[in-house]
Design a protein around this ligand. Structure first.
Ligand SMILES: [Fe+2]
Ligand SMILES: [Fe+2]
Length: 319
């Protein structure tokens, strides 16, 4: 039996593919400017400059749209934590470093444009938003990878598997948030962001797919760990339970979308259930992964949907 590759060996072996993927990304990505997506003429001063402070009635956004916008924005705000995870695990050498810098710069646009939109249109309370950002960023995000993980390659493999799913999950939430906003300007802005997230997902999915070809057993272990422990975008932020429940209840991001629009398409792209390059070690992991997905599909999703339908029906009769 061959030994596991170290993180450095994996990064070195995959670097040519990273380089090719960075070039492809740069050829496909379109430059865009956050200021073009914000209705500035709706803006006015707040009380500190002689205007009027925020009040709930100033915005037409529904409670669901507000919850989704705040959750998406706080997720984007946490970029420094995500940057740290990716920079530590991908290294800053060659194509990896180019990607980390470019991806971080692109991501920064997302929080910029959403915050500008929300403040100008008075979509959410800017004071509450700022307090939530302080808490969320101070907590930060950590994948929990240890120094040993980084040496063994698990650090990179976990990171690349995580972002393959996470980028797609953010794409789905941004797109669906655009729909519930009921404002063509917000919808256009969120579609623009979702298009970025899709290209990011393609880069990470390509790299994780290459890792599966290079070190199948090591990579499937990381993929399975991430799938088993995946948390909805925004887990841990202030009011996440309330906002997450609202989003799930109204189809911005729920368990079925998580399975059918995030997990399954990526796993299918990697050909996880039809490949024959796993040893007994990888086979075992694949079986556990299959059992997890079956449980999601046959037990957890129907249970969630029953509860949701009952809750929605109760709300309708109360109205
Ligand atoms: Fe983003
Ligand atoms: Fe992204």
């Amino acid at each position: 039996m061959t030994r596991d590759l170290t993180q450095r060996e994996i990064l070195t072996d995959l670097e040519p593919i990273a380089e090719e993927s960075v070039h492809r990304h740069l050829s496909m990505t379109k430059d865009w400017h956050p200021h073009d997506y914000v209705p500035w003429d709706e803006g006015r001063n707040f009380a500190a400059l002689g205007g009027v402070d925020w009040e709930p009635g100033q915005s037409e956004l529904s409670e669901v749209a507000k919850a989704a916008m705040i959750t998406n924005l706080l997720t984007e705000d946490n970029l420094p934590s995500y940057h740290r995870e990716i920079a530590e695990n991908f290294s800053r050498d060659g194509a990896w470093g180019t990607w980390v810098g470019r991806w971080t710069a692109e991501e920064m646009r997302h929080s910029t444009v959403i915050r500008d939109y929300l403040v100008v249109t008075r979509g959410v309370d800017p004071v509450a938003l700022e307090q939530a950002r302080m808490v969320h960023m101070t907590n930060g995000f950590s994948s929990g990878a240890t120094a040993d993980d980084v040496d063994s390659g698990a650090g990179f493999l976990h990171s690349v598997a995580y972002v393959s799913f996470q980028e797609l999950a953010t794409r789905v939430t941004h797109r669906n948030t655009g729909r519930v906003c009921n404002d063509p300007i917000a919808d256009k802005m969120l579609q623009r962001i979702a298009a970025d997230e899709n290209l990011h997902m393609i880069f990470y999915r390509t790299m994780c797919g290459a890792a599966l070809d290079l070190v199948p057993d090591q990579a499937i272990e990381a993929v399975a760990t991430i799938v088993h422990n995946f948390r909805m975008p925004g887990a841990g932020m202030p009011n996440f339970r309330r906002n997450g429940v609202l989003m799930a209840k109204h189809g911005v991001y729920d368990l079925r979308q998580h399975l059918e629009e995030v997990l399954q398409p990526v796993l299918r792209q990697w050909n996880i259930f039809d490949r024959n390059d796993f040893s007994a070690r990888g086979e075992q992991v694949r079986e556990r992964l299959a059992a997890y997905l079956t449980d999601l599909e046959q037990v957890k999703i129907p249970r969630f949907e029953e509860q949701r339908d009952r809750a929605l029906a109760r709300e309708r009769t109360r109205r």
